[in-house]
Design a protein around this ligand. Structure first.
Ligand code: MG
Length: 338
């Protein structure tokens, strides 16, 4: 969690790096050091006037990579700006929608267990489930969920576990009634992705493989994607995410708003971004209460019509500092005045 204090007020940002460098090469302990040693000192070097969020990202561009750490800074600066103007992040992004459809992911489990989870989620108000699949655990899962809850939209996510020889089985998965197949192949297996794009009508969504507008252009020219999962933390922040969304809309690509494991703060930001016009598939918008027993931040509200788009000033209301302190394992402070 990043807090920025300025003459204009304060703001909070969330870094979504996971404990281990598994799903991405960033990880929490490394991101902490990057934030404290490399990014924060750059911010204290000059005044952030005008569009401070843009200035901040330009200041940070001298540090290579580290998208989740940079996204945390961007979120905090946006929070400062929005609070100072008494506007919500949704207002700032020009969002008019008041709710977005809710989507949840279901970890790999038996077909019976996944069908049961999908039924529960549908009852809770989720209109879409995303099933994690891997070779040998795919078609039966989709069929079980489709049979148990025909009304719910089903997407699948392979997290790069398939190989080019699996195009056939993935084509069968597509035919079983899924709305999208996300990142079935490793990020560098452009050939397999292109073969699947050519074989199926449903969007083949690049997640880990697309971290920038340039990635989208490169993969599209290779015929290796027909959709993109846009996760603001993974791509360096909301500004890049919006640029990617615009590029996808212009190129006729399917899009989904992807989420990380986040607190209510990150979830507030995701709900505002997911409410942008242009997303064609239901995203990963769910309350943080799905995985956090206690949360320093207020959670999203899930209603039958979907997740309510937050309208409080800033990205999210302030956290409960006692809960935050109880969960704090490391703390660093960087000060400066310009
Ligand atoms: Mg994914």
């Amino acid at each position: 969690m990043v807090r920025i204090d300025t003459d204009e007020g304060h703001g909070w940002g969330e870094c979504s790096a996971l404990p281990e460098p598994s799903y991405t090469d960033e990880y929490a302990a490394g991101a902490f050091r990057v934030l404290v040693d490399r990014l924060a000192p750059r911010l204290t070097r000059r005044r952030l006037d005008g569009s401070a969020a843009i200035v901040a990202l330009e200041l940070l561009s001298g540090v290579e990579g580290q998208p989740m750490a940079k996204a945390a800074v961007e979120m905090a600066v946006l929070d400062v700006e929005c609070r100072a103007q008494s506007m919500s992040l949704a207002d700032r992004l020009g969002v008019s929608r008041r709710a977005v459809p809710a989507g949840a992911a279901i970890g790999l489990a038996s077909p019976e267990r996944m069908a049961e989870r999908a039924s529960e989620l549908a009852t809770e108000g989720f209109g879409r489930v995303k099933l994690k699949i891997r070779p040998g655990h795919d078609l039966a899962l989709v069929e079980a969920v489709r049979t148990a809850v025909p009304s719910v939209e089903v997407q699948v996510d392979g997290n790069g576990s398939y190989r080019s020889a699996d195009v056939g089985v993935l084509t069968a998965v597509a035919a079983a009634g899924v709305a999208a197949i996300e990142q079935p192949f490793p990020t560098d297996d452009v050939g397999a992705a292109a073969a699947l794009v050519a074989a199926v009508d449903v969007p083949v969504v690049a997640d880990e493989a697309a971290a920038s507008v340039a990635d989208i252009d490169r993969l599209q020219s290779a015929g290796a994607l027909s959709g993109v999962s846009i996760k603001p933390p993974r791509v360096g922040g909301i500004r890049t995410a919006v640029a990617m969304l615009d590029r996808c809309a212009a190129a006729g690509l399917a899009t989904t708003a992807g989420g990380m494991v986040e607190s209510g703060l990150g979830r507030h930001a995701l709900a505002a971004v997911a409410a942008l016009d242009g997303f064609t598939l239901t995203g990963d918008v769910s309350p943080a209460g799905r995985w956090l027993a206690t949360d320093p931040w207020p959670d999203l509200t899930l209603r039958p019509g979907g997740v309510v788009v937050p309208d409080s000033p800033g990205v999210a209301p302030d956290p409960d500092l006692d809960i935050l302190a109880a969960h704090t394992i490391r703390f660093g402070e960087v000060t400066g005045r310009v």
